[in-house]
Design a protein around this ligand. Structure first.
Ligand code: ADP
Ligand code: MG
Length: 263
């Protein structure tokens, strides 16, 4: 069986995309799934947060997108996370310009991942904020989109941008892509606004909203400076436990097949 490919996307920055990518990857590994995390952001936060030093890397996603390296050549193992990473460096920003001249430029990642998709159960793609050719490569490669979001004022407007983008992607390049779910991140259960926005989310997106909520938790924010996923850095922290629960909820949603014969 080939991997389920999930793009983690939101056109807003700072909503927890990378934190979700790194910690969900670790959580899935702890549940014995084989995971590749693709770093599609020139900021390379997912690469560093997975404990991979950018300095020594000669082959990264940049070469992969330009057809100069394969995923198998460029991938690295996150030492503590236990998943593979297709790493990025700052150079990736330049790939955008070079890709424009290439054929099938929005399908480069999809083509490259096809060679390794039998080796993984899940491929998670950490997207940059804003809709770039890089983000588009993620949305073309993926079957589903996981949307981390902060329950604050304007959150829903940001989401409508993404929903519009997805509609266009569906029409033009990837008819099968669907919203897998929305994850509330940096959640403050005591805030009225969080509760209110949460209610609006449920009204718009129904059961697409994951039941698991990721609390605001300083241990999750500290972890990247140690090159560790939060789930490894402080496994008993509230943030780590929430991401482990999210991994379990994702598996329950995706892998529990309906029982045949039961109406
Ligand atoms: P994005 O990838 O969407 O830009 P990040 O995952 O990088 O967002 O998160 C933005 C900032 O917030 C980072 O400094 C990160 O460490 C911090 N952060 C993310 N999730 C949490 C959380 N649940 N609690 C506290 N800090 C968080
Ligand atoms: Mg990020």
């Amino acid at each position: 069986m080939s991997a389920r490919i999930i793009a983690i996307a939101n056109q807003k920055g700072g909503v927890g995309k990378t934190t979700t990518g790194v910690n969900l990857a670790t959580g899935l590994v702890q549940l014995e799934r084989r995971v590749l995390l693709v770093d599609l952001d020139p900021q390379a936060n997912a690469t560093m947060g997975s404990g991979i030093q950018k300095a020594g890397l000669t082959q990264t996603i940049y070469q992969v997108l330009l057809g100069e390296a394969t995923v198998a050549e460029a991938r690295q193992r996150s030492p503590e996370g236990g998943y593979d990473v297709l790493p990025a460096t700052r150079d990736l920003g330049g790939a955008e310009v070079e890709l424009v001249q290439e054929l099938a430029r929005e399908a480069r990642l999809k083509q490259a991942l096809a060679e390794v998709e039998d080796e993984y159960d899940y491929i998670l793609i950490d997207s940059p904020p804003s809709l770039t050719l890089l983000t588009l490569n993620g949305l073309v490669a993926a079957q589903g989109v996981l949307i981390p979001m902060v329950c604050e004022y304007y959150a829903l407007e940001g989401l409508s941008d993404l929903v519009t983008t997805l509609r266009k992607v569906r029409q033009a390049v990837n008819p099968k892509i669907e919203i897998l779910g929305l994850v509330r991140t940096m959640f403050d259960a005591r805030s009225n606004l969080s509760q209110q926005v949460s209610g609006q989310l449920a009204a718009h997106f129904g059961n697409k909203v994951f039941e698991t909520v990721i609390p605001r938790n300083v241990r999750l924010a500290e972890a990247p400076s140690h090159g560790l996923p939060g789930v490894v850095y402080d496994p008993s922290s509230r943030g780590a436990r929430a991401y482990k629960a999210l991994a379990a909820e994702l598996l329950a949603r995706l892998e529990t097949a309906p029982v045949a014969g039961i109406q």
